[in-house]
Design a protein around this ligand. Structure first.
Ligand SMILES: [Zn+2]
Length: 429
């Protein structure tokens, strides 16, 4: 685990060892800037010799994985948990406004249908997700000299392919090519069994004209089947099996539609505006999967995916044992708290029994954030990584650990711990 260092002017320098950081802190040559991730700021002037770090981003709709590599070593790994309450909150606000117009007050013109959407408009829920992703990269850039940023934007690159339906794949050997072909077939047949439409089951790559009868390994002869259908079909062709349409569809190559989700294309666009066009590159899921499983041999997780994204194709690194968990939270700057002209207060005030919303607390040996408060009664405590309720406890028993800053809450999590928990093994006693 490295310690992040800022120069006297507050510019990010290369991370250092905890030992050196300790010496600097003891001799008052540096001061602590942030606990999570641990960052110090020097009190003496240095020459800034930096080797830019590489950052990888695994975009997602709920969680974002993010990793940074500096001088061939993973220095930061975090999982960002995005907000999923935006839609709900906007509906609520709309309801309140609607209600307010109907109350006996002066006439207020309805103002909801008179706005023009700017170019590149995203729905607020997606906007929040893309902003949070970009913010996480900027956050890393605040304590690490970031050079290149790589973003995974989708599972499969239809634009880069040289039409596997036409090209003879037998002659394009190599393992990545195998991955590529697999992804291509999965994409083309929409990840379901071509014969019984089964989803969410282990799918097998199936030869429409079987190998035993001279069928080729070309993409135009491949489809997806669940194990049962594959067994059942045996040495028959798809037509003999009763599916002439499968045979017909197989001949039509996948449309060259490079579909990138609107959120991740916005993320890439915004990152390019910050870090420069040439510094931000995109990658695809099949490449990440290949690197994570074949090269790095890591289990599936958002942060491990992010490490795989940032690695070169033959670069081998070790992931950290300590992963940061970042949960995006509402800041709570609402009109209802804003003094004289605030609305009628029918909610809990800003502080209840000395605690604000979303403060990180410990209680009964566990750590979590305050997700719900009651004037009389127990508070609701939720887990930072999962966002699930862990306990309800009286505020008397709570001990404050940290407050949310900049709209999110950061904690650390030992990866070994989480694996042990998922395994379900319990120690005796
Ligand atoms: Zn099937």
């Amino acid at each position: 685990m490295k310690v992040f260092v800022l120069s006297k002017e507050g510019k990010p320098l290369m991370p250092t060892t905890p030992r050196r950081a300790r010496v600097w802190l003891k001799t008052k040559r540096a001061r602590v800037m942030r606990r999570d991730p641990f960052t110090i700021r020097l009190r003496f002037a240095t020459q800034a010799h930096v080797q830019p770090a590489k950052v990888g981003v695994d975009t997602g709709s709920k969680d974002v994985g993010i990793a940074a590599i500096a001088t061939g070593e993973v220095v930061f790994q975090a999982e960002v948990h995005l907000r999923d309450d935006i839609t709900e909150k906007l509906t609520q606000r709309r309801r309140y406004r609607h209600n307010r117009r109907a109350r006996k007050t002066r006439y207020r013109q309805a103002r909801y249908d008179n706005r023009r959407r700017p170019d590149g408009w995203l729905p607020p829920s997606l906007h929040s997700k893309s902003e949070a992703t970009v913010k996480a990269v900027r956050f890393i850039a605040s304590f690490l000299p970031v050079g290149r940023v790589t973003v995974e934007v989708g599972s499969f690159d239809t634009q880069r392919m040289q039409n596997p339906d036409i090209a003879h794949l037998e002659y394009q050997q190599g393992e990545l090519q195998g991955y590529f072909l697999r992804e291509y077939v999965l994409e083309k047949w929409q990840r379901k069994c071509a014969y019984c439409d089964a989803r969410e089951v282990p799918l097998e790559i199936e030869h429409i004209v079987p190998r035993s009868r001279g069928g080729s390994n070309r993409a135009s002869n491949l489809t997806l089947a669940c194990h049962a259908c594959n067994r059942c079909k045996g040495h028959q062709t798809a037509e003999e099996f009763g599916f002439p349409d499968v045979q017909a569809r197989a001949g039509v190559p996948l449309k060259d539609a490079a579909h990138v989700s609107s959120t991740s294309s916005r993320v890439v666009h915004d990152l390019r505006a910050i870090f420069g066009e040439s510094q931000v590159s995109i990658t695809y899921g099949y490449e990440t999967r290949y690197k994570r499983i074949q090269v790095l041999d890591l289990p599936k997780s958002h942060t491990n995916d992010a490490v795989a994204i940032v690695c070169e194709i033959d670069e081998v690194v070790k992931p950290l044992e300590m992963v940061h968990q970042i949960r995006c939270l509402a800041r709570g700057h609402y009109q209802r708290f804003n003094g004289l002209h605030s609305e009628h207060k029918c909610w809990a005030p800003r502080k209840v029994r000395g605690f604000k919303l979303y403060e990180l607390v410990t209680a009964k040996g566990g750590v979590g954030y305050i997700a719900g408060r009651r004037e009389k009664g127990a508070f609701v405590i939720k887990d930072v990584p999962s966002g699930k309720k862990v306990l309800e406890v009286t505020p008397r028993k709570l001990v404050r650990v940290a407050r949310p800053t900049q709209g999110w809450m950061i904690t650390r999590q030992l990866v070994l711990d989480s694996i042990r928990k998922e395994g379900g093994a319990s120690s005796p006693g």
